[in-house]
Design a protein around this ligand. Sequence first.
Ligand code: XMP
Ligand code: MG
Length: 179
Amino acid sequence: MLNDIQEVLYDENQIQQKVSELGETISREFEGRNPLVICVLKGAFIFMADLVKKITIPLEIDFMAVSSYGQSTKTSGVVKIIKDLDVPVQGRDIIIVEDIIDSGLTLSYLIDVLERRNAKSVTLVTLFDKPTGRKVELEADHKGFILPDAFVVGYGLDYAEKYRNLPLIGILKPEVYEK
Ligand code: XMP
Ligand code: MG
């Protein structure tokens, strides 16, 4: 698996350190509230699991699955809800946990959905951000690492469903997906 990685951007220790910092920030920000933390599947599942362990206040979790990329490495611009939330969001403080923001299309769509359902507040947390890929204006409230405009895998992120279990984040060798 590591043979397919061209360059490791952040290793396991660097990621865990950053996730701890984000957890502390969120714990302070949401003190005295009971946020609903939403994991955007599948990519954010590892970040979500690590992050909530570093949040020290009571919270609830739920999951949502959306599709935008399919098997390709570039966005199609089409966002579809594959799995919706189990609980209503009306009047709730929502924290969206996302793995990576690229074009911003997925998240701007999701935020719109949650606001139309009358969430009290929507806070966006992403571990990775590729600001040069934006097609719509969107900024996360909390972000871990800024990445270059390259296709990355690991720590939950996949190429054709592979590499999610790498504990690091790295750039995939182009020959792996240009085949
Ligand atoms: P958008 O473009 O809507 O993208 O902001 C968000 C979703 O696209 C996926 N994504 C990636 N997945 N490596 C991946 O494995 C990448 O470099 C990458 N860039 C975007 C991801 O699923 C995210 O939720
Ligand atoms: Mg993906």
